[in-house]
Design a protein around this ligand. Structure first.
Ligand code: 2P0
Length: 332
């Protein structure tokens, strides 16, 4: 009753920000993401009678308490419920990138946990079932990491959430020249989680209604842009959707300002590089890191320019990546 899975992170081109159901983790708006090939989580799950509690070891550290542990146990409970097993589990998980700094570690983490956990429990879920499970306890955006390439998480309308899951708009090889440069400007764990942040935004930002209206239009444009490989439209739409989301964050009470000085420096740089003819666009999640959307041909030039910005600690060059997979390389 042991299995190991690897799942890739995803970065939203059209963001998810706000829930219509907090228990089932159902979104107020549909979102679109790119699954990335370079940022991943590997997770081994073993259910066994020998365990007298659920054990979670994340990046070599056993979690003894806290929200992350609670979410993981809740997820294991869901897996036990759908599989009809009672055994407790040991979970060992490793990210190849900083956890909880706005790099979607929870999405790849909960996807890997869902796939490894259900397999260890003797269940084979299809992509839709996995996506519905993955979003349930830890991270809504995990629904999207269950699918490779260009992905839409359907908002759905049903109360039970059975029509809110991720589908593929196009596979990774649809647009192999597209790149997402992920810059790391800070590895400090953020003060306000996405879950708490979006809840506050829905309740207090006067901009929230406008965000929802714009996001619905952005979604249409993004689907078309991806299918037509229209780089300008994809970049512009992603950038303005990101800024709209951050406008709702900034106008939340108390204010949620995830940006750091280097974040802003990169934003200004991208705008000026674009003025000079270097076509690139930015997107930012609930954290300080900036992701730059560009084409393969411009990567060397952009990398050179980014390295000249003092606060940029690391640049990870990502391509469209695949969905989650099982492996025999268990972590214990
Ligand atoms: C996204 N984010 O679409 C948006 C943009 C952050 C900003 O989804 O509350 O871990 O657990 O469902 O999915 C990050 O939050 O949040 C996120 P919950 P999640 O990628």
């Amino acid at each position: 009753m042991k299995a190991t899975a690897i799942a890739n992170a995803n970065i939203a081109l059209i963001k998810y920000w706000g829930k219509r159901d907090e228990k089932l983790i159902l979104p107020n708006n549909g979102s679109v993401s790119l699954t990335l090939d370079k940022l991943n989580t590997i997770t081994t799950v073993e259910f066994d009678k020998k365990y007298d509690k659920d054990i979670l070891i994340l990046d070599d550290q056993e979690l003894k308490e806290g929200e992350e542990l609670e979410k993981a146990i809740k997820h294991l409970d869901l897996i036990r419920e759908i599989s009809g097993i009672k055994e407790l589990a040991k979970v060992v998980s490793k990210n190849n990138f900083p956890t909880a700094a706005g790099l979607a570690s929870s999405a790849s983490g909960f996807t890997a946990l869902s796939l490894a956990g259900t397999k260890a429990a003797g269940k084979d879920l299809d992509q839709k079932e996995l996506s519905i499970l993955a979003r349930r306890s830890g991270s809504g955006s995990a629904a999207r990491s269950c699918v490779g390439g260009f992905v839409e998480w359907l908002k759905g309308g049903k109360e039970d959430g059975t029509d809110s899951y991720a589908v593929q708009i196009a596979p990774p090889n649809h647009w192999p020249e597209l790149r997402m440069l992920t810059t790391i400007v800070s590895t400090v764990k953020k003060k306000v989680s996405s879950t708490a942040g979006m809840d506050l935004t829905v309740k207090t930002s006067p901009m929230y209604k406008a965000w929802l209206a714009a996001a619905a239009e952005d979604l249409e444009k993004m689907r078309k842009g991806v299918l037509n490989k229209d780089f300008k439209s994809v970049g512009k739409t992603a950038e303005s959707n990101c800024l709209n989301m951050h406008a709702t964050m900034i106008t939340t009470h108390p204010s949620l300002i995830y940006w750091m000085p280097t974040t802003l420096e990169i934003i200004h740089s991208v705008l000026s590089w674009r003025d000079q003819g270097l076509e690139c666009y930015f997107t930012i999640d609930a954290g300080p890191q900036v992701k730059i959307i560009c084409l393969e041909k411009d990567v060397p030039e952009l990398e050179k320019k980014l390295k000249n910005i003092k606060g940029v600690k690391k640049i990870i060059i990502c391509k469209p990546g695949g969905g989650p997979r099982l492996t025999d390389n268990h972590l214990f």
